[in-house]
Design a protein around this ligand. Structure first.
Ligand SMILES: C[S@@+](CC[C@H](N)C(=O)[O-])C[C@H]1O[C@@H](n2cnc3c(N)ncnc32)[C@H](O)[C@@H]1O
Length: 298
């Protein structure tokens, strides 16, 4: 494993996006013959079931068929692990230790941006939990995920949250929101990039935050119980960066002004959609973890 400072990769942003968006396991069509494409979902996590029933008004006998159809369309766009093994049904922000505080703050009127929101599942969870949709913004470089999110949750005509298409590497990324956001969620996002790319990402997203004590970034990503800072170029089909508590602290310090109060929690790699046929072993041994982190401006 290379140390953070030894990582030499500095990829031009446009090159990076092309590389990411064209990823299809080296084939024209995304192969389903990988361990992280689970053909069958054995059970629907409880939160997902409630949202599909009560928010999307999908009948019980339709839910599985509906999920499979949208999941397979998403897989054709980008064969991410979170798509292949239904991890989007985890509603990952709500599993963060920071979620109760975040929900309370957004319900009280603070603004939240979901960076790399994918199908926008977390946006729907805030709304379901009583947050005003007007205070929620989801951004993703792939507009087809926004469309699929509307299909998944059947709320194209009702969702008031703003879903924006944007590339975090662009210099004018979300310039209209600069200094206006209270809380940013980065779910399964940072680990897609090299450390140097993450410095650029953090420099761009921290500019969106209000310049005041308590402005917050929280998220989850792959991590290791070891020193951290490794960029695994042959992880699940593409590269993944493994953070440690030290590297996430270092990232925040080196990409933004001011000091942060950072909390981290490492947990085993898992999913709420627990019963997946081929197991969850593809991320590596016990040293590979998930990290939840939250960072507040001091
Ligand atoms: C692994 S998914 C995570 C989705 C969701 N946040 C979650 O936790 O399940 C990463 C998302 O980041 C988006 N993404 C990748 N590169 C991006 C970029 N340069 N700018 C904005 N979004 C990007 C992808 O399209 C994808 O939806």
């Amino acid at each position: 494993m290379a140390a953070v400072n030894e990582i030499p990769t500095s990829v031009d942003s446009s090159e990076k996006v092309a590389e990411t968006l064209n990823f299809t396991n080296g084939k024209n069509k995304a192969s389903r013959d990988v361990a992280w494409y689970q053909p069958e979902l054995k059970q629907i996590p409880e939160t997902a079931k409630q949202i599909f029933q009560n928010y999307s008004k999908i009948s019980d006998d339709e839910i599985f068929k509906h999920i499979y159809r949208v999941r397979d369309e998403a897989w054709e766009i980008l064969p991410y692990v979170c798509v292949g093994c239904f991890r989007f049904l985890d509603f990952p922000a709500s599993l963060s230790p920071a979620y109760p505080e975040v929900l309370e703050r957004v319900r009280a009127g603070e603004t939240l941006l979901d960076m790399g929101c994918g199908l926008g599942q977390d946006i729907r969870k805030y709304v379901y939990d009583g947050a005003p949709a007007d205070n929620l913004i989801g951004v993703d470089v792939e507009s087809r995920f926004h469309d699929l999110g509307y299909e998944l949750f059947k709320d194209r005509d009702t969702l008031k949250a703003r879903l924006v298409t944007g590339d975090v590497f662009e210099d004018d990324f979300l310039s209209e929101f600069r200094g206006k956001i209270d809380i940013i969620f980065v779910g399964s996002f940072l680990h897609l990039f090299t450390y140097e790319q993450q410095i650029k990402i953090m420099a761009h997203v921290t500019k969106l935050l209000k310049n005041r004590k308590g402005s917050m970034i929280f998220g989850r990503h792959m991590a290791t119980a070891q020193a951290g800072g490794a960029f695994n170029t042959s992880a699940t089909g593409w590269s993944l960066y493994y953070h440690s508590p030290e590297t996430i602290n270092q990232l925040l310090e080196s990409s933004s002004e001011g000091k942060w109060d950072v909390e981290t929690k490492l947990i085993p790699y898992s999913t709420a959609s627990t019963v997946v046929e081929k197991g969850m072993t593809w991320q590596g041994g016990n040293d590979i973890k998930q990290m939840y982190f939250s960072a507040k401006k001091l």
